[in-house]
Ligand binder design. Structure first.
Ligand code: NAD
Ligand code: 4PL
Length: 243
C-alpha cells in the first residue's frame, strides 16, 4: 500500500477518470476527499471508497478554499492533490466563442491554479506534498474540435513545470499525467465516442482505453516513492504520442 494514511483530495471524482483515481488511491490506503461540482456524484464516490465528499466548483476561489478547509478540519493535513476535474468539449473551430474559450480556461486552467495555491500552505508547513494534474495527449497531437481545450491543457502542463520549480524546495512534487482518449461517462455522451476506432489505429496497444488504465500512473506520482520525479509529463495513451 503506497498511500497508507495519506490524505488525498481528488477533484472531478464523481465519475470517469476522477472516480477511478479516487478508487485507486483509496485502494492504496489513502483517505480520499472526493470533490466535484456534482455533489451527489461526489457523495456516491465517497461512500464507495469510504472517504468524504465536498461539493465544489474548482473555478471558484471560495469553493476551493472551503474544500481545503474541510479537508484540514477533518484530517489535519493534505498530502496529495489530484486535479482531475475539467470540461471536455467538442466544438468545431469556427464555433468556439470567446465566452466558451473563457469557460474552458476558467475550469481547466484556473481550477488547477486555484487548487494548487490553496494546498500549498499546508503542504509547505508539512514539508511534504504530491500534486498530480491531469493534462491530455491532445497537447502533443493538436487534436481537432478541441482548440480551447488543447490550449487549457497546454497551460496545465506548462504550469505544472513552473509549480514544480517553485515548490520543490518545500518537499512538494508537481507532475502531469496525459491520458489519451479514454472511455468515461463524459466521453461516451459526446461526439468523441466516435473517435475510438481511429485512435486505436494510432495506439501501440489496439484497444479502448478505460479509466482504470489511467489511475495507476496518477497513483505512482502521488506516492512517496516518486520523490525524485517532478515537473514531468507521464503520457498514458497506449503509445499514441510521445513527448
Ligand atoms: P468526465 O466529464 O466524465 O468527468 C469530469 C468530472 O469533472 C465530472 O464529474 C464533472 O462534474 C467534474 N467537473 C466538471 N467541471 C467541474 C468544476 N468546475 N468543478 C468541479 N468538478 C467539475 O471527464 P473524464 O473523461 O473522466 O475526464 C477527466 C479528466 O481527464 C479531465 O481532466 C479530462 O480533461 C482528462 N482527460 C480525459 C480524456 C478522455 O478521453 N476521457 C483524455 C485525456 C484527458
Ligand atoms: C486523443 O483529452 O486525448 C479526444 C477528448 N481524443 O478529450 C481528450 C483524444 C479527446 C484525447 C481527448
Amino acid at each position: 500500500m503506497k498511500l497508507q494514511d495519506r490524505v488525498a483530495i481528488v477533484t472531478g471524482a464523481a465519475q470517469g477518470i476522477g472516480k477511478a483515481v479516487a478508487t485507486k488511491l483509496a485502494g492504496e490506503g489513502a483517505k480520499v476527499v472526493a470533490v466535484d461540482l456534482n455533489g451527489e456524484g461526489a457523495e456516491r464516490t465517497a461512500a464507495e471508497v469510504e472517504g468524504t465528499a465536498v461539493q465544489a466548483d474548482v473555478s471558484s476561489s471560495d469553493d476551493v478554499r472551503r474544500m481545503v478547509d474541510e479537508t484540514l478540519s477533518r484530517h489535519g493535513k493534505v498530502d496529495v492533490l489530484a486535479n482531475v476535474a475539467a470540461i471536455v468539449p467538442f466544438t468545431a473551430w469556427d464555433e468556439i466563442t470567446f465566452e466558451e474559450w473563457r469557460r474552458i480556461m476558467s475550469v481547466n486552467l484556473d481550477g488547477v491554479f486555484l487548487t494548487i495555491k490553496a494546498v500549498e500552505k499546508p503542504m509547505r508547513d508539512a514539508g511534504y506534498g504530491r500534486i498530480v494534474n491531469v493534462a491530455s495527449n491532445v497537447i502533443l497531437a493538436g487534436t481537432p474540435n478541441l482548440a480551447h481545450y488543447v490550449a487549457s491543457k497546454g497551460g496545465v502542463w506548462a504550469f505544472t513545470r513552473a509549480a514544480a520549480r517553485e515548490l520543490g524546495k518545500y518537499g512538494i512534487t508537481v507532475n502531469s499525467v496525459a491520458p489519451g482518449l479514454t472511455e468515461t461517462e463524459g466521453v461516451l455522451a459526446s461526439p468523441h465516442a466516435e473517435a475510438f476506432e481511429f485512435v486505436q489505429m494510432l495506439q501501440c496497444i489496439p484497444r479502448r482505453g478505460v479509466a482504470d488504465d489511467i489511475a495507476p500512473s496518477v497513483a505512482f506520482l502521488a506516492s512517496e516513492e516518486a520523490s525524485w520525479v517532478t515537473g514531468q509529463l507521464l503520457v498514458a495513451d497506449a503509445g499514441m504520442t510521445h513527448n
